[in-house]
Each structure stands twice: as C-alpha cells, then as structure tokens.
Write a protein that binds this ligand. Structure first.
Ligand code: NAP
Length: 273
C-alpha cells in the first residue's frame, strides 16, 4: 500500500513513458513526492532500474520499471497489463517518450551534426520522417488509448498529460519531422479530450521550450547553439526538468479539474516576448 497519503496524488498510480530520463524522470520523482506509486516505462533497462531506485529512495512510494517501446502497440498493452497486475490500476499518465530525430539516442549528438540543409524536407529520407512520427505522435496516441481503455473499463476518472513541445508552434527549418509530430500531439490532445469527456478523463499536454535534458545536451555543449536557445527565450535561461514536472503535475491533479484539451507552454516566455 502507498503509505504517503498527504500529497496531491496520494493513493494514485502514475504511468510515465520515457520515465527513466530527462522530463519523464523528473515527473516520476515529483509525482512520487506527491504520493503516487510510479510505473516507469522506457527502453533502457539499466537506466529504468536506476530511476526506480531513485524514486524509492526519495519517497515512500512503490515504483516499477517496465521495458517497452512506444512505437509498438503490443508492447504498450503488455506494459499496461503488467502495471495493472502490480498496482491494480492506472490513474494518471505522462506520455513523455520521444526523440528529436530518427537517429537520436538520449544524450548522443545526432541530427544537429548534420548540416541543416541536409535535414530539409526536400532531402529528408521518408524513413527518418516516419520514425519520428511513429515514436513522437503514434507512440503518444497508442499510449493514450491503451491507458484510456483501461480507465474506462475500471471507471477511473483519470488524467492524461502528453508531452508536446513549443516546436508545435515554431517552424524550425531542418526539424519538420519533429515540429509536425509535436503539432500533432497538441491536436491529438484536443480531439482525445473531447472523445473522453463522457468518461470524465481529462487530457492535456505540456509544450516545453528548451530544457536541460539529455535531448539538448549536444546543443548546450556548442556555444553557438547554446546562445541561439538563450536568444529565443525571453527569460534568458533554459528550463529545468523539474519545472516541466511541476507543470505536468498541475494538469494531472485535481487543481486543474476544469481544464481539458489544453496545451500549456512552459517555455520562459517564448511565445510572448
Ligand atoms: P530524453 O532525456 O532523451 O528522454 C526521452 C526518453 O524517451 C528517453 O528515456 C528515451 O529512451 C525514451 N524513448 C525514446 N524513444 C522511445 C521509444 N520508442 N519507446 C520508449 N521510450 C522511448 O529527452 P527529454 O528532453 O526528457 O524528452 C522528453 C519529452 O520532452 C520528449 O517527448 C521530447 O520531445 C519533449 N521535449 C523536450 C524538450 C527539451 O528541450 N528537452 C523540449 C520540448 C519537448 P532512449 O534513451 O533509449 O532513447
């Protein structure tokens, strides 16, 4: 049983894809601080178990790691079944698993090392485009619907928080696959929110700006791309994974009970200044 009962997610079970790294991992730690038991679903087993150990050592909550691939519906179904077998139910989800390009591996330099023009749509291999859409958009859709079916079956009035990006609203040359996938997540969030209204399941998203995670590591290491990220951000700094987790937490808990279909953009004022 969950022994921590005074948090904003006390007694809830949270499932977090991409939960072993970056924003997903911060969500796992933050949600556990608020009393949720945590299911970390991700690809990398060693990092997944490490994240589970961190959740357990920093809270009274239970944590489970399940290795999976969000691009495979059968893998998501097996992961949800294991989570339900272990904890009985899933009350809230963060769909954070994502890639910045087809060849991206957390923390490793990838597409940024390729000249921007080679990444333009007219030169982009369809297989690269497809891979990014498969993970970032179809992966979120599959995660959401497998979990929503479970919530409906068990009559759980749950919450879903998708991780889009501020790139959903920025036309970034060389990143069409990523921008389109994230714009898709924002619209997916709206449609699904309407479809799940009758089941009292709320669906929202966050659209981070530039955040200090393995995904931006290679860019942060290059002075000119680091300066470009700062230049685009009125607050003059990158965001932290915990700032994203706090935004997701608001959308996951009852404090946002009148909000659905919305994408919040924690991006240091990027769309204002
Ligand atoms: P990250 O540290 O690389 O975390 C992403 C996690 O997703 C990694 O653990 C990764 O595993 C996992 N993942 C990737 N493909 C997967 C798949 N097919 N199945 C299961 N897990 C998979 O990056 P992050 O910055 O925290 O990114 C989290 C989300 O935030 C992403 O959706 C990203 O697009 C979004 N976002 C990030 C930023 C930013 O500035 N960092 C800004 C806007 C939006 P591997 O390590 O095995 O690849």
């Amino acid at each position: 049983m969950n022994t921590q009962r005074d948090g904003r997610l006390a007694g809830k079970v949270a499932l977090i894809t991409g939960g072993s790294s970056g924003i997903g991992r911060a969500c796992a730690l933050r949600y556990a601080q608020e009393g949720a038991d945590i299911v970390i679903a991700d690809r990398d087993t060693a990092r997944g178990f490490e994240a589970v150990a961190e959740v357990r050592s920093s809270s009274n909550c239970r944590a489970l790691f399940v290795e999976m691939d969000v691009a495979e519906e059968a893998s998501i179904e097996a992961m949800v079944a294991e989570a339900v077998k272990t904890f009985g139910q899933i009350d809230t989800v963060v769909a954070a698993a994502g890639i910045s390009s087809a060849s991206y591996v957390s923390g490793a330099p990838a597409a940024d090392d390729v000249p921007a023009k080679a990444r333009h749509l007219i030169n982009m291999p369809v297989s690269n485009w497809q891979r990014v859409l498969d993970v970032n958009l179809t992966g979120v859709m599959l995660t959401d619907r497998v979990v929503a079916r479970h919530m409906i079956e068990q009559n759980i009035h749950g919450t879903i928080v998708n991780v889009a990006s501020s790139a959903a609203r920025l036309a970034l040359p060389g990143a069409a696959d990523y921008c389109v996938s994230k714009a898709g997540v924002a619209m997916l969030t709206q449609v699904l929110a309407m479809e799940l209204l009758a089941h009292c399941i709320r669906v929202n998203a966050i659209g981070p700006g530039f955040i200090e995670t393995p995904m931006t590591e290679a860019m942060r290491e290059r002075p000119e791309s680091h300066a470009a990220m700062i230049e685009r951000t009125p607050m003059g700094r990158l965001g932290t994974p915990m700032e994203m987790a706090n935004t997701a937490l608001y959308l996951a808990c009852d404090e946002s009970s009148y909000t659905t279909g919305h994408t919040l953009y924690p991006n240091g004022g990027m769309f204002v200044g």
